[in-house]
Write a new protein. Sequence first.
Length: 75
Amino acid sequence: MAFLSQSHMSEDKLINLEEKIAHLQHMLDELNMVVFRQGETIEKLNNQIKETNEKLINQSESNQSQISDDNPPHY
């Protein structure tokens, strides 16, 4: 009788562990998706920063050329 009781308890423990593993696997999959989406967002933001920097550099160069082409007010 004690053997049946222990066997049943071991089976319950095994089922409990399997449920926990399934839950942890699901959480891991969700976290992986979050990290993947964050990586995509970071890549988009980096591209936007590069574009903004290029625009600022081009605008700065354009302003520099306009300044040097302008005559001083006393001319």
